[in-house]
Design a protein around this ligand. Sequence first.
Ligand code: SF4
Length: 243
Amino acid sequence: MAMTADLPSVAPPPAGGWGPWLAEVYRRLRERFGHRQWWPAQDGPFEVIVGAYLTQNIAWVNVEKAIANLRAAGLLTPAAFHAAPVEEVAACIRPAGYYRQKAERLKIFCDYLFSRYGGSLDALFARPLGEVRAELLALKGVGPETADSILCYAGGYPVMVVDAYTRRLFYRLGAFTRADISYDEMQAFFHRHLPADTGLFNDFHAQIVTLSNRICLKRGPRCGECPLADLCPRQGLDEGERP
Ligand code: SF4
């Protein structure tokens, strides 16, 4: 991995470099939480794509209800979803919030899939990563996190999904010098210092979400239970939040 000057919002590397440090962070998280087996999807890549849209601005438990409704209605295939009236889709995904907007945007994805790839996800995901990512980002309602979730978890591309949890955790860990580091810079940090391994990116993101939900909480992080405690300067935490 590159050992050249890092990105502007990344701290100078620790002894040994960021690659081994990241590998150690991942090793500890996996040891603590086990492989996270993401993305849970009984119905395959199309369900992952639907979930990636639905999870925007809503807790996953609500997404599960919406997906269960779509499954019961037989709409978890591209063909069935594409053929269904937008009102039917909206009614199914109501538990996921912003349901009219999300239904419209998912229909736009299906229109794109059918007009460009004949409705075939295999054909879509046979294309080069950069081209597919650019096409996804051009769709209404698809930002980098949604696009990368689709690419990694549905398409199997070696892409690290980063998010607000990643920003908070790696700022606290001292890897990022700014609490407002950009999405692209965060992602470049992982891509630069880890091998391009879909399985690793898949599970590393899941581990970060798990630690952030269970231990490295936004308020009152439980540092005494944290597998990363001895690596962490707790940057940005108030004195009162430090154990
Ligand atoms: S030691 Fe505390 S602040 Fe650091 S990663 Fe763990 S829970 Fe978060």
